[in-house]
Design a protein. Structure first.
Length: 244
């Protein structure tokens, strides 16, 4: 029994163009032709085409498929490289499932970066946005420290900062500046690189600073920005004084 090109493609679950492409690549022999000029594919062509399809389904590129005595195959080197890629894919999928499970467990509707799903519910919307931004600006090792710095419950100063109204007067601001500076100082002493993160950045320091400033202006009101800048400066002054 013989088949036409279309019938062969249908049997193998592929397309006419693919069959023609495999011919051009030398992976599939040209069949004999009937007196009317139509191609007549036999069982050997179907088996070869199924072998090619199987390798393609496994992710082997056409360029890496080669003819062998028994049909077609791929080198051990190609297969090992493909196996390594698949291991990475499986690991990414496993990590994604862990993150999704944490999101479901903790009821977070905002997608945090990897490793933050279990603390996302304790963060304000602005802080969740900032953590997402950090993941784009900082290297993974730095994000481990960021996660540790936010995994505990918020202290009173941080809670007060989150709810600070834009029309807060100077008395309220100054009190919060002092309280928040203590929190910032504790974090910076625990993770000294945060005062000079140049070696933990994915982007240039200029791009990072501009992106952070623009994002913070969109997330925090004028009073919060004022308090944050002053509190950070006060914390840094105390740390600098200790090192002098």
């Amino acid at each position: 029994m013989t088949w036409s090109t279309r019938e062969l493609a249908n049997l193998a679950g592929t397309t006419l163009n693919s069959v023609r492409y495999y011919h051009r690549q030398g992976l599939l022999d040209e069949p004999a032709r009937a007196p009317n000029g139509y191609k007549q594919y036999g069982a050997e062509h179907l088996v070869r085409l199924l072998q090619i399809r199987r390798l393609r389904d496994l992710g082997v590129p056409v360029a890496a498929i080669r003819r062998t005595e028994g049909g077609v195959g791929a080198s051990a080197e190609v297969l090992r490289a493909l196996d390594a890629e698949l291991r990475e894919t499986v690991e990414r999928a496993r990590s994604a499932r862990i993150e999704i499970a944490a999101l479901l467990e903790h009821g977070s509707v905002a997608t945090p970066p990897p490793g933050f799903a279990d603390v996302a519910e304790r963060l304000s919307p602005a802080d969740r946005a900032m953590v997402l931004l950090y993941a784009q600006l900082y290297v993974p090792e730095a994000m481990e420290d960021v996660r540790r710095s936010v995994e505990g419950d918020m202290d009173a100063a941080t809670l007060a900062f989150e709810s600070l109204p834009e029309d807060a007067d100077e008395t309220v601001r100054e009190r919060l500046v002092e309280e928040l500076s203590v929190t910032i100082e504790q974090v910076q002493r625990s993770y000294p690189w945060m005062t000079d993160p140049r070696h933990r950045l994915r982007r240039s320091p200029v791009v990072t600073a501009e992106t952070m400033a623009e994002t913070m202006r969109s997330l925090y009101n004028e009073a919060q920005l004022d308090v944050l800048v002053r509190a950070a400066a006060r914390a840094q002054a105390r740390i600098g004084a200790d090192g002098a």
